[in-house]
Ligand binder design. Structure first.
Ligand code: AMP
Length: 299
C-alpha cells in the first residue's frame, strides 16, 4: 500500500480538491461507474443544518461533494464578507466524519478566473424579500451555483428550505437553463427553542440569542391564528411584528406572507403560502420562513 505525503495511503480518506482538474480527477471513478454524485454547496462554518443536507446526500448518492466557498459576489458593501467565519479545519473534519468523498475548497481565482464576466440573473424571483434590500445578492448566488454545477457536474444538489427564496431561485435557474441537476429541498434544522440554525447565530450575544427565539415563536403564533380561522395577511403580519418587537430591540427588514412559488405578496391566506422574515438583532441579520397550510387551502 503506497504512503502519501500526509501519511499512510487510505483509500477511504476524503479528498480535498481546490481546482477544477483536481475535482474532476477525484470524481472520475464514480462517474465512469455510473454512480450518482450528490452536491452540497456551502459557505462553510458548518453546523448541523449543513450536516443534515450532507447526510441526506450520503443516503441518496454514491459520491458526496461538499463545496466550501465564501462567495464575495453575494455580499454587498458593508455586509459581513470579511468577518464571515472561516473555520476551515473544523469544517473539513466534520465533512470527513460525515463520510464526504470530496471537499471542494476553491479559491476566488478558481471560481472567477480573470476575464470571466457572465452573470446569471433570475430577475422576478430575486426582486422580492431579501432581494429588495440586498441588491445583486441573488445574482451572486445564481452565478456561483451555476459555475459550481459546471465544475462538479452533480446529479443532485441539496439546498435548505431555511433559505426559501434561494431555493426557489436555484430551482428556476436549473429549469430555465436545462442544467440537468435535480434540486433536493431539505427541511430547516432548528435549535431546541426554534431558532433556525445559522452560521450567523455566532454573532449573537447571550441575551440576543434568547431574544432571537421570538422569530420562530412569532411565526408559530401566526400559524395558530391561521388554524383558528384568521386569513388576513395584514393582521397576521402585524401579530408577528408585535411579538418580535416585544422580545427586545431589533430592526425588522421585512415580515411578508407570500405565495410559496412566485414569492409575490398575497392579501389572504390560501393556496401555498409562506411566512418569510428578515430581522436584525445586534449585528446578526437573521432570516427564517415557515409554510402556511390553511385547512381550506387549495392544493
Ligand atoms: P450557507 O453555508 O449558509 O450558504 O448554507 C449552505 C446550505 O445549507 C444552503 O442550502 C442553506 O439553505 C443550508 N442551510 C443553512 N442553514 C440551514 C438549516 N438551519 N437547516 C437546513 N439547511 C440549512
Amino acid at each position: 500500500m503506497p504512503d502519501t505525503a500526509d501519511g499512510p495511503y487510505d483509500p477511504f480518506a476524503m479528498i480535498r480538491a481546490t481546482t477544477g482538474p483536481e475535482l474532476h480527477a477525484a470524481l472520475q471513478g464514480v462517474r465512469d461507474a455510473g454512480g450518482a454524485i450528490g452536491f452540497v454547496p456551502t459557505m462553510g462554518a458548518l453546523h448541523h443544518g449543513h450536516a443534515s443536507l450532507i447526510e441526506t446526500a450520503r443516503r441518496q448518492c454514491e459520491a458526496v461533494v461538499v463545496s466550501i466557498f465564501v462567495n464575495p459576489r453575494q455580499f454587498g458593501p458593508g455586509e459581513d464578507f470579511t468577518n464571515y467565519p472561516r473555520p476551515i479545519e473544523a469544517d473539513l473534519a466534520l465533512c470527513s466524519d460525515l463520510d464526504v468523498d470530496v471537499a471542494f475548497v476553491p479559491t476566488v481565482e478558481v471560481m472567477y478566473p480573470a476575464g470571466s464576466e457572465t452573470v446569471v440573473r433570475v430577475p422576478e424571483l430575486s426582486r422580492h424579500l431579501c432581494g429588495a434590500a440586498r441588491q445583486g445578492h441573488f445574482d451572486g448566488v445564481a452565478t456561483v451555483v451555476a459555475r459550481l454545477f459546471g465544475l462538479v457536474r452533480p446529479h443532485r444538489a441539496y439546498f435548505g428550505e431555511k433559505d426559501h427564496q434561494q431555493l426557489k431561485i436555484i430551482e428556476r435557474m436549473t429549469g430555465d437553463l436545462a442544467i440537468g441537476v435535480d434540486i433536493v429541498p431539505c427541511p430547516t434544522v432548528r435549535e431546541s427553542d426554534g431558532l433556525a440554525v445559522s452560521s450567523r447565530n455566532a454573532y449573537l450575544g447571550n441575551s440576543e440569542r434568547k431574544q432571537a427565539a421570538s422569530l420562530h415563536s412569532a411565526m408559530m403564533s401566526a400559524l395558530t391564528a391561521v388554524r383558528s380561522g384568521e386569513r388576513s395577511v395584514t393582521l397576521l403580519v402585524d401579530m408577528i411584528r408585535r411579538e418580535i418587537t416585544a422580545a427586545g430591540p431589533c430592526d425588522i427588514d421585512y415580515i411578508s406572507i407570500v405565495d410559496s412559488e412566485t414569492l409575490a405578496d398575497i392579501d389572504t391566506i390560501g393556496g401555498h403560502a409562506r411566512i418569510c422574515l428578515a430581522v436584525r438583532i445586534g449585528s446578526a441579520r437573521l432570516i427564517d420562513n415557515v409554510a402556511v397550510d390553511a385547512p381550506d387551502a387549495s392544493g
